[in-house]
Design a protein around this ligand. Structure first.
Ligand code: ZN
Length: 368
């Protein structure tokens, strides 16, 4: 009994909580001990009865001593179990304390980091800090049409750089794709509905239609339509012309204005002064070879003409008349905007198909 009390004292030293409120395990052990004690007493009583029955002369003193030894053994065993339990509990408490300390340290470190970040953010913005913040929130992307710089034989394509918030680049590209390539008719307009209903007419069909509706179409008496533009696809007055110019959205004939700018096309007063006739002819022939070969890639040609001695608006004009509209469309999409001999080519669809009317002082080669 005294040993148990000592054990209890040890428990109080090691883990104060354990004695303050006896755990379920301790209660259970207490009950077990009580049961065992009772069982032993009963067994002893039975043994005494048996001995008394067998040999009436039994020393009660000896029997009491035996019982005391048994009880001491039981107490020692229960004390060992209690010690083991206390050890385990102490270890667990130590581990728990270590874990808590570790957690607290981590929390403190995190708090420190947060405080440092906050102070950095609240710090008055000097140039350096401001710059780094901008870098993290903004980026530079290329936008808009490319600027093309012609340097000798080298073409430099440079795009304007635009500063945008980070992450908006994707959106910008989608917008670029969605953007129409031509000026479309507004969806709610009557014109679009009409346009959708009717199949679009070819340049020649439009001209025929207008010619039917207009008396003296394209003649001196026709004051509405520009006869010169009808014949050549070009007019000395350009956009300032008071008469109607037809600009078909597709045609079998392409016009590249002022594409040829070699010798022979200098201003009238210089003409023939710098180049001999042979040089001019050679230059033309080289140009013809190159350009004709290029346009022949897109389909069969009906006519290929280079205007040579006309006035300024006709000078160096190249007319390419295809057999099929598909070839003309392909040539247009392939050649428009490309560079040839250091000059950007601008293609136009023209309604010119009657070459006898167009040829006044044109220099032509037959390609048939
Ligand atoms: Zn005109």
């Amino acid at each position: 009994m005294s040993a148990l009390a000592a054990g209890g004292g040890a428990a109080a030293d090691g883990a104060p909580e354990a004695t303050a409120a006896p755990t379920r395990r301790e209660k259970r052990r207490e009950r077990k001990k009580e049961r065992r004690r009772r069982a032993r007493r009963q067994a002893a009583a039975r043994a005494r009865a048996a001995v008394e029955a067998e040999a009436p002369a039994v020393d009660p003193e000896e029997e009491r001593r035996l019982l005391e030894i048994q009880e001491a053994e039981a107490a020692a065993e229960s004390e060992r179990a209690l010690r083991a339990f206390e050890d385990a509990e102490r270890r667990w408490l130590e581990a728990a304390a270590a874990r808590a300390a570790e957690k607290a340290a981590a929390a403190a470190a995190e708090e420190d980091a947060r405080a440092a970040e906050a102070s950095a953010r609240n710090k008055p913005k000097d140039g350096q800090g401001n710059q780094s913040e901008e870098d993290s929130e903004w980026e530079y992307v290329e936008d808009g049409p490319a600027e093309i710089i012609w340097k000798g034989n080298e073409i430099i394509v440079k795009k304007k750089k635009v500063k945008v918030p980070k992450g908006s680049k994707e959106k910008l590209q989608i917008q670029e794709e969605d953007r129409p390539t031509s000026n479309p008719l507004p969806p709610q307009s009557v014109a679009l509905a009409a346009h959708r209903r009717e199949p679009s007419l070819s340049a020649q069909e439009v001209l025929d239609k207008v010619a039917q509706e207009t008396p003296n179409f394209g003649t001196e008496q026709d004051k509405a339509h520009c006869p010169f533009h009808l014949k050549t696809g070009a007019c000395r007055f350009g956009l300032r012309c008071s008469r109607v110019h037809f600009y078909p959205d597709k045609s079998i004939t392409l016009l590249m204005k002022n594409m040829y700018n070699g010798p022979g096309l200098a201003l009238e007063q210089d003409e023939g002064l710098e180049f001999t006739d042979e040089e001019i002819e050679q230059s033309y022939e080289e140009f013809y070879e190159d350009v004709h070969t290029e346009f022949l890639k897109f389909g069969e040609l009906v006519n290929f003409k280079v205007c040579r001695n006309g006035s300024f608006h006709l000078r160096g004009n190249v007319y390419v008349h295809y057999k099929s509209l598909d070839s003309a469309l392909l040539a247009y999409s392939s050649m428009n905007g490309r560079y040839f001999a250091g000059k950007q080519i601008t293609c136009e669809f023209v309604a010119v198909t009657r070459w006898k009317a167009a040829i006044c002082d044109m220099f032509t080669w037959s390609c048939l």
